[in-house]
Each structure stands twice: as structure tokens, then as C-alpha cells.
Design a protein around this ligand. Structure first.
Ligand SMILES: Nc1nc2c(ncn2[C@@H]2O[C@H](COP(=O)(O)OP(=O)(O)O)[C@@H](O)[C@H]2O)c(=O)[nH]1
Ligand SMILES: [Mg+2]
Length: 417
């Protein structure tokens, strides 16, 4: 081959390559399932030329040669040239939107993603891909889009329901109503509704994204036993030796609509040496971050057990109405005079963590304290801090014009990824 024909051949090849890249460049793909090994992983491929990419890498099984049309799922193999990567099913979810369901080994997922990359598909995150799909498939306002994305992060089924409700009614509907009925609405009415939404958001947040509960108290009152009892397994060490729990331990459990992260902490003890004070500081840190606190007392001991300095630590860390006093060891003779308890510890429940009694009542009291008992899942709430910050600004709006600008921003600001 002479050098001239070689050059023109190279030019032709590179022209073909760039034409191919052009054809598929607007196709994107993302791994939609979580990190780590699972039974099945899903890779979503989306974009104008997604079909061309799928046809290149996917060979349907012999007795399954029918076409991939919307609503249809085909079994076959993903191939890189002659090399089989995995047996998969591919579902066509909409025009140019395909879900590749492959085996969950992260190495297989990685190989398929690399193959897509080799075919000029842009690899993006699941969130970025969903934004593309939502933005192109439907005309949604920013609150609706944010709610669709927030659904991915929901900690419980009830949380996904609250978030889904913000799309059809809830916050999207309420804000649209404000704009539609602006002439008939007083600014104060909007502000009152805003305050109600912001209050409900605090409670809804616990259901949507999870709730942190700290178990605190003096040593040997049964904190670790209570954590094990609530999460149904031996997560924390239980002994007779005071100060066994030096570091905090956490475990997840479900209480009603709440996904709860429970923290077992080092017993609050003022008599400890300075070297043991680090664990005490850690307990106070956890206390500050907790949504609710279970303060555990040993009901078989007198009120003298209560160290006033421990209460002093409790008070500044928690807002009023977030502490439930757990009177433990109810299986033993009861000696604690509850009327002598300081008012901050007035909300009490009697249990035996060891015998698992009184735990249903404890769960009910937790739900009541968190405000999540009888919570109407259809009411308007914020699903993002952006919405929350704008509603706070709205409650301070000095004029209707400012209010309109804020509401418009709520509904129409570009989505940030
Ligand atoms: N009788 C009785 N003993 C309990 C109960 N809960 C915990 N204990 C015992 O109290 C001791 C201290 O328990 P632990 O959970 O380690 O207390 P912590 O230091 O507060 O974490 C252990 O011997 C437990 O078996 C209870 O409800 N009844
Ligand atoms: Mg302990």
C-alpha cells in the first residue's frame, strides 16, 4: 500500500469513527442500582441513538429474535465483538430508553459500562440520567422534578409516599395554587400556610430520610440491652461491669413509619477519670445530633441514682419535648419515685429491656414524641433544603411582589444536580 492510499484510508476510517461518535454521542448510560454485589444490577441507556448502541452490543437469544419495542423485555447476551460479557435481559421502557438487567457482580457491571463507553456512550450518574429522562419525557416544574429525585433517597415506604404526593398534590399543587389565586389571597394567608408546611416538613423529614435516636443515661441502667431489644439482635455488649460501652454503637430498626438509627452511648458518669472523658464528649456530640433521646433510668434503684450534673448535660443538647425517660428493669421491684424527676424527664415509660416487656408502648411513645403518629402522608411538605430555604424567605416576604418572585423561583428555578 503506498503512503497516499494509506493516508486516505486512515482519513476514511477516522471519518467513519467520528460519524459513529456523532451518531451515538448523545446517548448516556448510568448504573441505577446501588454499589456493591447484588443479585441483579440495572444499567439504563438513554438517548436518541440508544437503539443503535443496543443493537451493536446485544444479541437476543436464538428463539427470541423479536424486536425490542416499548414494553417488551428480551433475553440475550451482551457481547464485545466475539467475547460474551454476560447473559442479560433488556427492557425497552420508552422510545430510546433501555434497562439492561445484568448479573450483580460489580466486575460485570464495570465491563458493560466500559463497552458502552467504547461505543461513545457518555457515562453519567443515576441522578443525572434521571434528570435527563424526567426533563425530556414530561413537562414538570422544579418541585415535581426534585420530588421525583428525592424518592430515590427515601428511607421508608411511607417516606416514598409523602414524596410522591408532593408531585400530584402537596407542595407542587399548593405553590401553583398560590400563583393562580394571587389576587384573592392575602400575603399573610400564604405566610400562615408556609409556616404550617415548614412545621410538617420537620416531622416528614424523619419519615422521608430517617431519624436518629440516642440512648443515653448513667452506667448499668440497661442502655445496651435496650438497643439490642429494639433492633432485635445482639449488637451492643451487655455486662454487669460499669462502663463497658466506651465507644458508641449504632444499629438500624424500623418503628412505625420511621427508619431509626439507634445510638448506644457510653454511660454519662461524672466520676470518670480524665482519660475516660473522651467517650463522654462523644456521647454529648451524639446527643446534639439526635432527633430524639431515650434517657434510661434503672427503675429498681431510688431517685438518688440520678446525678444532677448528667441532667445539666442533657438540657442544652436537646430541644424541649424530645426526651423520653425510659424506666427500665420493671421486672424487678420498683423503687424510683417518678414524681421526684425533674420536669425535663416527665415523659416516662416503664419497660424491661431484658424481658422485652413494655416495648410496644415505648415504640408508640416514640412515634407520638416525633409527631409521626397519625401523620397525614398527603400534606404539603418540602423535600429539599432548597424548597425549605425559599419557604423560610417567603415567611419573611415584605410584599406580594417579593412573594411572587420567591414562588416563581420555587417552581421554575433550574434543577441543580
Ligand atoms: N433485671 C433486669 N436487668 C437488666 C435489664 N436491662 C438490663 N439489665 C442488666 O443490667 C446490666 C447492665 O446492662 P447494660 O445494658 O450493659 O447497661 P448499660 O451500661 O446502660 O449499657 C446487665 O447485667 C443487664 O443484664 C432489665 O430490664 N431487667
Ligand atoms: Mg452499655
Amino acid at each position: 500500500m503506498n503512503s497516499k492510499s494509506k493516508t486516505s484510508n486512515e482519513q476514511r476510517l477516522s471519518a467513519v469513527a467520528s460519524a459513529k461518535a456523532e451518531a451515538t454521542s448523545n446517548v448516556v448510560a448510568a448504573v441505577m442500582t446501588g454499589k456493591g454485589a447484588g443479585a441483579i444490577s440495572t444499567i439504563e441507556v438513554f438517548g436518541k441513538k440508544a437503539e443503535t448502541v443496543i443493537q451493536k452490543i446485544f444479541i437476543p437469544s436464538k428463539n427470541n429474535q423479536s424486536q425490542l419495542k416499548t414494553g417488551r423485555v428480551l433475553l440475550g447476551t451482551i457481547k464485545d465483538g466475539n467475547e460474551i460479557i454476560d447473559q442479560v435481559t433488556i427492557g425497552c421502557e420508552a422510545d430510546n430508553c433501555y434497562a439492561i438487567n445484568c448479573h450483580g457482580n460489580p466486575l460485570i457491571v464495570e465491563m458493560i459500562m466500559q463497552l458502552l463507553g467504547k461505543n461513545s456512550v457518555k457515562l453519567i450518574t443515576a441522578k443525572e440520567l434521571l434528570i435527563k429522562i424526567f426533563c425530556q419525557q414530561e413537562k414538570l416544574n422544579t418541585i415535581e422534578l426534585e420530588s421525583k429525585l428525592a424518592r430515590l433517597k427515601a428511607a421508608t415506604i411511607e417516606g416514598t409516599k409523602i414524596i410522591a404526593n408532593q408531585i400530584d398534590f402537596g407542595l407542587a399543587r399548593t405553590t401553583a395554587n398560590w400563583l393562580e389565586n394571587l389576587d384573592d389571597l392575602q400575603l399573610d394567608e400564604i405566610k400562615t400556610q408556609c409556616e404550617k408546611i415548614l412545621k410538617a416538613t420537620q416531622t416528614a423529614g424523619l419519615i422521608m430520610y430517617g431519624c436518629k435516636i440516642a440512648i443515653v443515661g448513667q452506667p448499668n441502667t440497661g442502655k445496651s440491652t435496650l438497643l439490642n431489644c429494639l433492633c432485635g439482635r445482639q449488637k451492643a455488649i451487655v455486662t454487669d461491669v460499669r462502663g463497658t460501652t466506651r465507644d458508641w454503637v449504632s444499629a438500624f430498626c424500623k418503628i412505625g413509619p420511621l427508619s431509626v438509627e439507634l445510638f448506644d452511648t457510653a454511660g454519662l458518669d461524672e466520676k470518670l477519670s480524665t482519660s475516660e472523658q473522651a467517650a463522654q464528649k462523644e456521647t454529648v456530640n451524639i446527643l446534639r445530633q439526635a432527633d430524639l433521646v431515650l434517657f434510661v433510668l434503672d427503675g429498681s434503684e431510688s431517685i438518688e441514682q440520678l446525678d444532677k450534673k448528667v441532667i445539666d448535660k442533657l438540657v442544652p443538647s436537646q430541644a424541649e419535648g424530645t426526651i423520653l425517660t425510659v424506666l427500665n428493669k420493671s421486672d424487678l421491684e420498683f423503687h424510683l419515685k417518678t414524681d421526684k424527676l425533674p420536669s425535663i424527664l416527665n415523659n416516662t415509660v416503664k419497660i424491661s429491656a431484658k424481658l422485652d416487656t413494655g416495648i410496644d408502648e415505648l415504640r408508640e411513645k416514640i412515634l407520638k414524641l416525633s409527631g409521626t403518629d397519625n401523620f397525614d402522608l398527603r400534606q404539603a411538605v418540602c423535600t429539599t433544603t432548597r424548597q425549605e430555604n425559599l419557604l423560610i424567605r417567603l415567611t419573611n416576604a415584605k410584599s406580594k411582589d417579593i412573594a411572587v418572585a420567591i414562588i416563581t423561583e420555587l417552581l421554575n428555578a433550574p434543577l441543580s444536580v
